[in-house]
Design a protein around this ligand. Sequence first.
Ligand code: PLP
Length: 462
Amino acid sequence: MSIQGDALRQDPRVAEAKKLLQDAVAEHAAAITSVRPAQSEHTGDYDAVLKAFADVRGAPLFYPYVSSGLGNGALIELMDGSVKYDFISGIGVHGWGHSHPDLVASGVDAAISDTVMQGNLQQIPEAQEVQSLLIQLANANGANLDRCFLTSSGAMANENAFKIAYQSRFPASRVLAFKKCFAGRTLAMAQVTDKAANRDGLPTTIAVDYVPFFDAKDPQGSTERAVKVLQMHINRYPKQHASMVMELIQGEGGYYSGSTDFFKALIQVLKDNNILVHIDEIQTFGRSDHAFAFQHFGLDADVDMVSVGKMSQVCATLYKPDLQPRAGLISQTFTSSTSAIFAAKSILTTMTEPGLFGTDGRAAKMSQYFRDGLAKLAEQEPDLVAGPFGFGAMVVFTPFKGEKDKAVQFSKDLYNAGVLSFIAGTNPTRIRFLIPIAAVTEADIDGALAIIRDTLRSTVKA
Ligand SMILES: Cc1ncc(COP(=O)(O)O)c(C=O)c1O
């Protein structure tokens, strides 16, 4: 007897429906061609939705962004009729931009699946394919990350990595992290995140010791200092550290990148002391010339655990087989939504194909084009812009000498003018961009750069 699920998937009506929907989306998306202001006939409804958001949240949205549900690559249409360049992608999630045909098709696959969510007691083959794709991408240059556990948020991917580390290194009860790191917002991850406001009023949950990050202005000195501090923590608490979590490019901290020598020097000390190396790739995944930033830095042989999220759509913890946790340690009701799993399969498959990564890949080319434009702007307006800085498709510049209030004002002015960005770091506060690598075009970048330039000039006059 045939499997009816297979028959449904192969039903020509499904293929036809996909095509019809892709065509309908593309046709309407094609009308979204450039930035435009809000349309007065829609602003009343829009204001009401924003007020309702503010009322139930107890605070307004950072940006008054409510999507109409349709975009065109890097352009997004909002419910008030305005169109903006999305150069922050939900802080790194929408690498394929808006209304991408592949994701319309994967959405149809999800829509005809029997359930909306997938989880601990039920699986679909695509969940396993997503795991295999992540492992294939992670092990491309010889890493040994053969195990993968899916989850629904970056914070949970980190939580699972921390649990695996503690159980493997029991009774070690401390962890190491970089100063200014960000690890998520659960009770434990808020403790790891090196930002006082994020744990204001919370009890201490886990013991964390901090190591200073790399300073590109003083590579050797900062490496020596970091190794010294790491050694000091280990000497103070011998055999008590289970793992060190590392962002190779600090995200929320301001887009500062480390170097291979810096990481290797710390990793040597960690390995000598049987402390696990946990790379947090939740923001960096898909943003260098490789799928994983640890591959760019040549740390394949060193990494024990990796957490991934954002652009992967489904979050995950990858780890070496000898770290396999005992039954009961890791589970949750929702692995992810069915639509996220199908979208992840589509995105990760494209990532395994030629074209996106590599020094000649689309991600590198678009990032360089954007960087070149920002560099020109910094040359023209040295009092307004320093940079660009950052790494790969994590692009950042410092406006107005990094004064926080002015940077926040600028990001909001830029939003109003039609480009979405976000702030990063303090002292200096910078303006960061996570461009949709698979969707953005040179024309989009030219358009966004012109708006950035005009907004810088008008913010300073205001
Ligand atoms: C480096 C890093 N780790 C963890 C997280 C937490 O991910 P999520 O917000 O999906 O829980 C983030 C999110 O910004 C991140 O940038």
